[in-house]
Design a protein around this ligand. Structure first.
Ligand SMILES: [Zn+2]
Length: 210
């Protein structure tokens, strides 16, 4: 099993769970990585959440360590890491994520928005749409005020930079705002969970499916 090389800073356990959802396997480059619920351990004194994972594609085991300092843990970490926890806040601050970049937020948006359109339960669909909207909000946090394209430091990996160069129009601020406006919550930066649901328009699958 590969050991964690660093403790990953997160704003919430939701962010940690979403990170694992888009993190490719270090062994095969595929995924997804699935958290081993039984092996999850939270060291409350050191504020470290250790999450063992297994790759569904190649069975490679790995372990990730998340920094939980400043995060209130009201429920078992398993609740957040095993599910998307629809509708739950990801990051209360204006600071962009330090572990999920613009490309990965777009991927998460696409995954969750597709799920929102395919689930039968209306309330679950709405909650997933809220989660999809929050992914766009997180992507927008990387943008400078005067720039329609994300700055270079908003793309953390060669994989993300490749996604950007293959389809830069997906990464424009205007495209993000257009996607956001189709979702059933008010546009960034204000999020009003009481607003009425709207019918989202179908989105073309552009990301790499697992
Ligand atoms: Zn793998």
């Amino acid at each position: 099993m590969s050991q964690p090389s660093q403790t990953l800073p997160v704003h919430s356990l939701i962010e940690a769970g979403l990170y694992l959802r888009v993190r490719p396997c270090a062994a095969c480059g595929d995924g997804p990585l699935v958290a081993d619920d039984v092996g999850i351990n939270h060291d409350a004194d050191r504020h470290i959440l250790a999450v063992p994972t297994v790759c569904r594609a190649c069975n490679q085991q790995a372990e990730f360590a998340f920094d939980t300092a400043g995060i209130e843990l009201h429920e078992s970490p398993v609740v957040f890491l095993s599910n998307i926890a629809p509708g739950a806040p990801i990051n209360h601050t204006d600071e962009p994520s330090r572990i999920i970049d613009v490309a990965d937020w777009l991927t998460l948006y696409s995954i969750i928005e597709t799920e929102a359109r395919t689930v039968a339960d209306r309330m679950e669909s709405r909650q997933l749409h809220i989660s999809a909207a929050r992914c766009i909000d997180e992507a927008l946090k990387f943008f400078d005020a005067d720039n329609d394209l994300p700055p270079g430091d908003a793309l953390f990996t060669d994989r993300s930079r490749d996604q950007f160069h293959r389809c830069p129009e997906r990464f424009t601020r205007q495209n993000l705002i257009d996607l956001r406006n189709k979702l059933p919550v008010k546009r960034w930066p204000r999020i009003d969970l009481t607003s009425d649901e709207q019918s989202p328009s179908p989105a073309k699958r552009w990301w790499r499916p697992w």
